[in-house]
Ligand binder design. Structure first.
Ligand code: SAM
Ligand code: SF4
Length: 331
C-alpha cells in the first residue's frame, strides 16, 4: 500500500523528531535561553510509542526514516530505538541528523543497531566562529564525531552548512575544500524564516545563485548537475567537473521544491506535521495513548494525508510568518 496525497505525490519518507532539546543553540534555530519551556515529561512520546507510529507508516509504504530533533543524541537510548525500528519489515533506510557533538561516543553502537547514514551540521571550520554561531559549541568534538562516523561506516555522510550573510558566508570555500578532503558532500542551506527568530533571519539570507557562483569561482571549473534521485531530497546536487566531489544547495526560499515533496514529519510530542512551511498537522499521540490498533492508526494516517497542502509559502508570506512551534527540517 502506498501513501498518496491529494496532489498525487507518494509519501515514502518520515522525519521523526525524538526531542526538542539541544546542547547547542544555533542562532538561526534556538532562542538564546535554549529550547522552549519544557512541557511535562509525559507529553513526549516514549520510544515504544514512536515505534508503534513508525510501524504503521512503514506498513503504509514509508521506506525511509530520519531521526532528528532538536539534537537526537541528547536523548538516552537512541541506539536501542534504532535497533527497535530496524526490525520493521519494509523499512529500507534509517538516517540521523545530528550536530555530531556526541557522535564519537555513539557512532559504533548506532551502526551496529542498524543506522545507515548521517547528516552533520557544520557551518564553519573556525573554532571561535563555530562557538559563536552555536552559542557554546565545540568544533573539535564535532570533528571527532565526524571521524567516528566515517570510521563506523555511517555513509553516505553529508555536511549541512547554513549560509548566513555577514556571519559565515566567507566560509563557503573552506567548506567546499573540507568536503573534498573528507570525500563528503557539503550541502549549503539557505537560511529559512523558521524557529524562534523567524522572519528576522531573512536579513542574513544568502541566495543559492550567489553560493553557486562562489563555488564555481573557487574550484575554477563547472558544476555539473547530478541526475541521482535517491538521497537528493530537496537539494540540487552537482559534481565538481573533473572530479567525484559533490556539493548540494538547498533553497527553500529562492525556489520551493514542493511539487516533489515526498515527506511528512512527526514531532516528539506526536504531532504529525504535513508541511514544513504551514501549520497543517494532526495529533497522533491521543489515539496512540487511547490504545488504537495498528489498523486504526493506519487509517488515521491515510486520512491525515488529505490535509497535506500543495506547497509552502515562504516567499509570499515572508513578512508575516510566525511559527509557534519549532519544526525540524533540513537534515
Ligand atoms: N541538531 C541536528 C542538527 O543540527 O543537524 C538536527 C536538527 S536541526 C533542526 C536540522 C537541520 O536544520 C540542521 O542542518 C540545521 O542547520 C537546519 N536548520 C535549523 N534552523 C534553520 C533555519 N532557520 N534555516 C535553515 N536551516 C535550518
Ligand atoms: Fe541544535 Fe541542530 Fe538547532 Fe543547532 S540546528 S540548535 S544543533 S537542533
Amino acid at each position: 500500500m502506498a501513501l498518496i496525497d491529494p496532489f498525487n505525490r507518494t509519501i515514502n519518507y518520515l522525519r521523526v523528531s525524538i526531542t526538542e532539546k539541544c546542547n547547542y543553540k544555533c542562532s538561526y534555530c534556538m532562542p538564546e535561553e535554549g529550547a522552549h519551556p519544557e512541557g511535562h515529561h509525559s507529553e513526549y512520546l516514549s520510544f515504544d510509542e514512536l515505534t508503534k507510529i513508525i510501524a504503521a507508516f512503514v506498513d503504509l509504504g514509508i521506506t525511509k526514516v530520519r531521526i532528528t530533533g532538536g539534537e537526537p543524541l541528547v536523548r538516552k537510548g537512541v541506539p536501542e530505538f534504532v535497533a527497535q525500528i530496524h526490525k520493521l519489515d519494509g523499512l529500507q533506510e534509517i538516517a540521523l541528523s545530528t550536530n555530531a557533538h556526541f557522535l564519537d561516543k555513539y557512532a559504533k553502537d548506532l551502526k551496529a543497531a542498524g543506522l545507515d547514514r548521517c547528516n552533520i551540521s557544520i557551518d564553519t571550520l573556525k573554532p571561535k566562529l563555530f562557538e559563536h554561531i552555536t552559542r557554546g559549541g565545540d568544533l573539535n568534538k564535532v570533528l571527532a564525531g565526524v571521524d567516528a562516523g566515517i570510521a563506523a561506516g555511517l555513509k553516505p555522510m553529508k555536511f549541512n552548512c547554513v549560509v548566513m550573510q555577514g556571519t559565515n558566508d566567507s566560509e563557503i570555500e573552506a567548506m567546499v575544500d573540507f568536503g573534498i578532503k573528507k570525500s563528503i558532500e557539503v550541502r549549503f542551506i539557505e537560511i529559512m524564516p523558521i524557529g524562534s527568530a523567524g522572519i528576522s533571519l531573512m536579513d542574513q539570507h544568502y541566495p543559492m545563485d550567489k553560493i553557486l557562483a562562489r563555488i564555481k569561482a573557487h574550484v575554477g571549473t563547472d558544476l555539473i548537475p547530478t541526475t541521482e534521485k535517491s538521497h537528493a531530497g530537496p537539494a540540487k546536487n552537482f559534481f565538481i567537473k573533473g572530479s567525484n566531489a559533490k556539493i548540494g544547495v538547498i533553497s527553500a526560499v529562492s525556489q520551493h521544491f514542493c511539487e516533489a515533496c515526498n515527506r511528512v514529519r512527526l514531532t516528539s510530542t506526536g504531532v504529525l506535521a504535513l508541511c514544513l512551511g504551514q501549520e497543517h498537522s494532526i495529533d497522533l499521540r491521543s489515539p496512540v495513548r487511547e490504545g488504537v490498533s495498528h489498523e486504526e492508526l493506519k487509517d488515521i494516517i491515510v486520512k491525515a494525508m488529505l490535509k497535506k497542502p500543495e506547497r509552502h509559502f515562504f516567499n509570499e508570506n515572508v513578512h508575516n510568518i510566525e511559527f509557534k512551534q519549532m519544526v525540524s527540517l533540513g537534515g
